[in-house]
Design a protein around this ligand. Structure first.
Ligand code: ADP
Ligand code: MG
Length: 704
């Protein structure tokens, strides 16, 4: 025989895909682009989606607004309007054959790119809700899946896997490679969980789960299979995090910095106000951490203005009271200088010596500061990332506070560790983080949350409005302006696009319209990202001084702006903003001495968009809104995806699988408590998997 290794040779997990039945060298090259090199790779190449051919409806069975699935053939494609303006795409789909043939229409509005995806004769699966229009059932923006030519075996399969592909590769080829791997070597895989564990946690055994995740018998089995892999992925991660925490506690030696009664009293004398219950609680938790002989690793979260700075200052002064140095790191120089001012005021009566360390210092000046830090003459260093540089040496660093850095990942935290005793860490963020994310991406941290606000916060009323309510709102705004108040008008874009619908979304057009219309009698300012820094500062200063009454701006106004007299917030094009952004904007008008009023003009084009806006109106709680946003939109940029330093999750979805996250976390903690080094033989495989995936990034080293 000349065909290379005999195809009848038994498969192993390491068999190259080329030798799988029906693959061959050419397809193997394509599979390699998907990083599928061996049979084992195929087994763990999970489908990205499924085509569910169970419970298909016929046209005769349709009912208005009921969610249905239909299968049919594309017979007519009609496109009206163009690529730039408004457009309508109609696709006529034939369901059933011959005399039984019936037709439905699928419609897409203003999505011209959809046109390219359809061809006559395609087999499609439509999922959506239909309405009857002029005697024909119509689907508006249904979900479409394109079916391939039927393959042998497809007929019995009712739920088909859909894999990520690469140019030139068909679903059928991947399905075949996966099937061959399952048939040939799924039996060779070892189960990672002990049998009792599987039973106790109601998890499908590995082999069964693999078969079901690729070629499910029904929806319920698919769910079971998916649950098993989601659980496994999250459990391994939680194991790694639990082991890491334990390690830091056992190995890490940090100075014990207990805030004794005497220290506590001394610090409180410096504070200009009584602390809120949330601040007290955070200080308690931090104090307990600082008192221990291993490093604190704590995330302090609380919305903008909840008063995190003073909590950090308390920790800093505790460290200093114990003769240790502390560093406060802010993401920008502006923030670093702001902290320096705050601290400077508080410490004016004390003997604490502090300095700022930022980027643009002169060489001599910098050298001088570094020498003082090294000799221990300086107690507190406030700065930017510049503090991380190698030449910065502390005499006796006891505490590092990192502000506004929820994206500060595991890796960066490791970088902060300097030789000798490890310092305590406090990381602060004003971005409310959904629970399932804190439990995973920040799972190596303990979390303190400040939920209340300092006294004197004004309530804000929020309204969702449409164009017809405009005149009434501007009437109200004029009344408030005459009473001496000020306000913001926010638009998402600087200039308008070609679409006349976008007029209101443009800050320039909004400004022109207001200045020549409803607010012509008032003084308006303009602020957006295309202005020079000087222009921006001038615009801000005029508004802060009350010279302008209304500031028409883009979201540049989001950060760092604090004008207590501004109590009116108008948001145009509200559907274009994320929920947390809307909440941030509203946060601009709660600092004042008068109640605030926020109105969002919006035309949401999707049900999710509407839900988002309704949630915004209904809640003033940033944490609650973060959860809603997360459920509707997924993690988005919240995590800065790669920055947290952990490898991406392959199957778990933190928004969808929140319950599993919590379950996996408590199970992992329990297991690590019972077998801290995972040294028991039945945990051998779990330990290996954990080390393989997280050993390096989480510095788990030689566990076990
Ligand atoms: P953030 O949590 O956004 O960092 P800050 O620490 O900057 O908030 O505090 C916001 C404002 O609230 C500051 O002006 C601060 O002085 C003030 N503040 C903080 N805590 C209290 C309190 N307990 N009572 C009164 N004002 C407070
Ligand atoms: Mg702050």
């Amino acid at each position: 025989m000349t065909t290379g290794p005999a195809t009848s040779a038994p498969l192993t997990l390491a068999t190259p895909v080329q030798f799988l039945k029906g693959v061959g060298p050419q397809r193997a090259e394509l599979l390699a682009k998907l990083e599928l090199f061996t049979a084992a790779d195929c087994l763990f190449f999970f489908p990205r989606d499924y085509q569910d051919l169970t419970d298909l409806q016929s046209v005769a069975e349709l009912e208005p607004d009921k969610l249905v699935r239909l299968r049919g053939t594309v017979v007519e494609i009609e496109m009206r309007g163009g690529y730039s303006g408004r457009s309508m795409l109609g696709v006529l789909v034939q369901c059933g054959e011959g005399a039984a043939a019936d037709y439905v229409r699928a419609m897409w509005f203003n999505m011209p790119h959809m046109r390219k995806r359809f061809e006559h004769g395609q087999q499609v699966l439509l999922t959506g809700k239909a309405k009857k229009k002029g005697g024909r059932w119509e689907f508006s923006h249904p979900r479409v899946q394109w079916l391939e030519q039927e393959e042998p075996g497809d007929a019995e399969r009712k739920i088909l896997p859909v894999y990520s592909l690469t140019e030139g590769l068909h679903q059928a080829s991947v399905r075949r490679a996966v099937q061959a791997s399952l048939d040939g070597c799924a039996a060779l895989l070892d189960e990672v969980f002990p049998p009792e564990f599987l039973a106790a946690h109601n998890l499908l055994p590995l082999r069964e789960a693999l078969t079901q995740i690729h070629f499910p018998t029904d929806r319920a089995q698919l769910e079971q299979a998916r649950r098993r892999f989601v659980y496994q992925e999250l459990f391994i991660l939680q194991l790694a995090l639990a082991v890491r925490r334990l390690r830091l506690q056992v190995d890490g030696s940090a100075p014990q910095l207990e805030p004794t009664a005497k220290i506590d009293a001394r610090i409180r004398r410096l504070l200009p106000f009584a602390l809120t219950p949330g601040q007290e609680q955070a200080i308690q938790e931090i104090g307990a951490d600082l008192s221990r002989h291993f490093p604190m690793n704590r995330l302090l979260q609380g919305e903008v203005g909840s008063g995190k700075t003073i909590v950090a200052v308390y920790a800093v002064l505790t460290a200093v009271a114990h003769g240790r140095q502390a560093a406060i790191m802010a993401p920008t120089e502006v923030l670093a200088r702001q902290h320096a001012r705050t601290l400077g005021k508080l410490l004016s009566e004390s003997r604490v010596r502090w300095t700022t360390l930022v980027g643009g210092l002169g060489t001599a000046e910098r050298r001088e500061i570094l020498a003082q830090i090294k000799s221990g003459d300086i107690d507190v260093v406030i700065g930017t990332q510049a503090i991380l540089q190698d030449d910065v040496e502390f005499a006796k660093l006891g505490l590092v506070v990192v502000d506004e850095q929820h994206k500060f990942g595991v890796r960066q935290r490791a970088q902060l560790r300097k030789a000798g005793q490890a310092p305590h860490y406090l990381v602060m963020t004003a971005t409310p983080i959904p629970r399932s994310v804190t439990m995973t991406m920040f799972g190596d941290l303990d979390v303190s949350t400040i939920r209340d606000a300092p006294p004197g916060r004004m309530p804000v009323k929020t309204y969702l409005a449409n164009d017809e309510q405009r005149e009434r709102w501007w009437e109200f705004v004029r009344k408030k302006l005459r009473e001496g108040r000020q306000g913001y008008v926010i638009a998402p874009l600087v200039e308008q696009s070609d679409d006349p619908e976008d007029d209101r979304a443009s800050v320039m057009r909004t400004f022109e319209a207001l200045a020549n219309g409803p607010l012509e009698a008032f003084r308006l300012g303009l602020l957006h990202g295309r202005m020079s820094n000087d222009e921006k500062e001038a615009a801000m200063a005029e508004f802060a001084a009350g010279k302008t009454q209304i500031l028409v701006a883009t979201t540049v106004v989001e950060v760092g702006v604090d004008v207590p007299n501004a109590v009116l917030m108008t948001i145009e094009g509200g559907e274009r903003f994320g929920l947390s952004q809307l909440h941030q904007l509203r946060g601009r008008i709660v600092r004042g001495t008068h109640p605030g009023f926020c109105t969002v003009f919006a035309k949401p084009s999707t049900p999710e968009g509407l839900k988002r806006l309704e949630a915004f109106v209904a809640s003033n709680d940033g944490f609650e809104l973060a959860e809603v946003d997360f459920k509707l939109r997924g993690p988005g940029d919240l995590l800065g995806t790669k920055q947290h330093g952990l490898p991406p999750l392959r199957i778990a979805d933190l928004a969808r699988d929140e319950a599993v996250v919590a379950e996996a976390r408590s199970d992992a903690l329990a297991l690590v408590q019972q077998d801290p080094g995972l040294t028991k033989p039945e945990h051998e495989r779990l330990r290996k998997q954990m080390l393989k995936r997280y050993g390096a990034v989480l510095e788990l080293g030689d566990v076990g």
